[in-house]
Design a protein around this ligand. Structure first.
Ligand SMILES: [Cu+2]
Length: 179
């Protein structure tokens, strides 16, 4: 059933002129998952999306699975004393009812780990699964968008200013593990 719905969504969104795409789960709307092109030497890539909780109960994003990569994890970039550091989010990310959590540079992001020597190229797509405490698994597709493009509506219109911070794979060296 879910696979049928996903096929339908893929077919439907493929016809749209814009690259914006959406997915949904129980009481959840997932907006435009995307990453950027990366060279084959890059160890990691970063993906962004939005999660809107249309229900009346909080949900919690607890994990991400992306089989094209060695691993995928939930991170948050925090800036302290002018230094950006990534922290893993072992307790997941709470999505309060009626709210949208935007994954964006200098905030939450999905870390895609172990590119395996394969560059990430424009217009590739990667299947992934968001695992929620209440809604369960929500299948999504991560697009590869040009840097600085932003989607219609300007949600990410400032992302080019952030280049070199959130998108720099070397930032990952500074990640503080919290276990
Ligand atoms: Cu990260």
């Amino acid at each position: 059933m879910r696979r049928t719905l996903l096929s339908f969504l893929l077919t439907a969104t493929a016809a749209l002129p814009l690259s914006a795409h959406e997915f949904s789960g129980k009481d959840l709307e997932i907006g435009h998952p995307y990453t950027h092109p990366m060279p084959s030497v890059a160890p990691t890539a970063i993906a962004y999306l939005t999660v809107t909780n249309t229900g009346t109960e909080p949900d919690r994003l607890v994990a991400v699975e992306a089989t094209n990569f060695e691993g995928a994890s939930l991170h948050r970039t925090e800036i302290a004393d002018g230094i950006a550091r990534m922290r893993s989010q072992p307790d997941g990310i709470v999505i309060p009812p009626g709210e949208t959590i935007a994954f964006e540079p200098n905030g939450y992001h999905v870390m895609l780990e172990g590119l395996g020597g394969d560059p990430i190229e424009l217009d590739e797509t990667f299947p992934a699964v968001l695992v929620f405490q209440r809604a369960g698994n929500v299948e999504i597709v991560i697009n590869v968008d040009p840097r600085g493009a932003g989607i219609s509506g300007g949600d990410h219109s400032d992302q080019s200013d952030m280049e070199g911070m959130g998108d720099d794979p070397n930032d990952h060296d500074e990640m503080d593990e919290e276990d």
